[in-house]
Design a protein around this ligand. Structure first.
Ligand SMILES: C[S@@+](CC[C@H](N)C(=O)[O-])C[C@H]1O[C@@H](n2cnc3c(N)ncnc32)[C@H](O)[C@@H]1O
Length: 303
């Protein structure tokens, strides 16, 4: 596979070169009482002011005009969405087959389509999110490239063809979600709701494909690392961005095979010293990922 990261440069792309060079992944830091209190307060306001709102909002984020239905993760108030969309905009996805797991408003799926992906599946367990992502793809002229569906992780996605790139910005915190809207924030005790993400991603990824997953420095990084390892991935930090109270981290995961890893390291290293000249040569394919019956349908196995 040719290098995907064609131009990760600029002040917003704080690529953590030490981690990419093979240093250990960050460890979870134990949270003291003050930190826990801060987090409970942030969640209280985020939940009552944003997540649990009852009206549809129109917003602009990452260059898209997006409508955001009730219960759907708001891509403007929560900074992680635009940071990840910005990262995706720097990937060369021409001709790639991509899935965005936990798509919310669809912002990351739209960013992947804008970056040249031939076909993007926008999947979410929240049916309002699947509807919203479909609407937003249409409104932004990307409906030919984006198909939304309601799915618990990848369970409602056809097993073949495999994906070149799997994107996910899952809920960052463990703990029981209060309701559907809160599933954008909480993933259940011990990340119950997303624990199978990495195993499923490994099964659906082309041998030379890659996964980009965003977590937070406040996530249980030890547990998430174990889940990635168990699925047979090697993880590297592709981007880390601090918002002072926490950092957002994008891991690049590759199947544990040396050949796939080196091209990615080369791409990121060359991007640090200036724009890389990576050009995707993947041939276009007209194969569809989904059968019509799975599009925006409610999964039978959703929690
Ligand atoms: C942090 S939000 C990210 C939304 C969007 N990707 C963004 O960046 O703005 C996490 C999303 O994952 C979805 N989600 C949570 N558990 C899921 C599961 N088991 N399967 C699919 N989606 C899930 C939530 O509904 C929510 O839309």
């Amino acid at each position: 596979m040719t290098e995907l990261i064609s131009n990760v440069t600029g002040p917003s792309a704080a690529v953590n070169a030490a981690a990419i060079a093979g240093n250990p992944r960050p460890k979870s830091k134990p949270h003291g009482p003050l930190r826990r209190l801060l987090h409970r307060s942030i969640h209280f306001f985020a939940y009552h002011l944003v997540l649990a709102r009852r009206n549809t909002r129109i917003t602009r984020a990452a260059g898209f005009r997006l409508s955001v239905r009730p219960t759907v993760f708001h891509p403007r108030y929560f900074l992680s969405s635009e940071y990840f969309a910005d990262f995706i905009s720097r990937l060369d996805l021409r001709g790639r087959h991509v899935i965005d797991v936990g798509t919310g408003s669809g912002i990351l799926a739209l960013a992947a389509a804008r970056a040249g992906a031939e076909y993007v599946v926008a999947a979410d367990i929240n049916p309002n999110a699947a509807l919203t992502a479909a609407e937003n793809a249409r409104a932004n002229g990307l409906a030919d490239h984006v198909r939304a569906l309601c799915s618990n992780l990848l369970s409602a996605v056809a097993p073949r063809p495999l994906f070149d790139v799997i994107l996910s910005s899952p809920p960052k915190h463990a703990g029981e979600p209060r309701d559907l809207a809160d599933r954008g924030w909480h993933a259940g005790p011990d990340y119950r709701d997303i624990a199978a993400l990495f195993d499923q991603a490994r099964e659906r990824l082309k041998p030379d494909g890659r996964v980009y997953v965003m977590v937070s420095s406040d996530s249980n990084l030890d547990l998430l690392s174990r889940l990635m390892d168990r699925a047979g991935f090697r993880a590297q930090i592709a981007l880390e961005r601090s918002i002072y109270i926490e950092s957002f981290i994008i891991y690049e995961l590759l199947a544990a095979q040396p050949a796939a890893t080196t091209s990615s390291i080369r791409a990121i290293n060359s991007a640090e010293s200036g724009p890389a000249s990576a050009a995707a040569t993947h041939s276009a394919s007209s194969r569809r990922f989904l059968t019509p019956s799975t599009t925006v349908s409610t999964p039978s196995d959703s929690a």
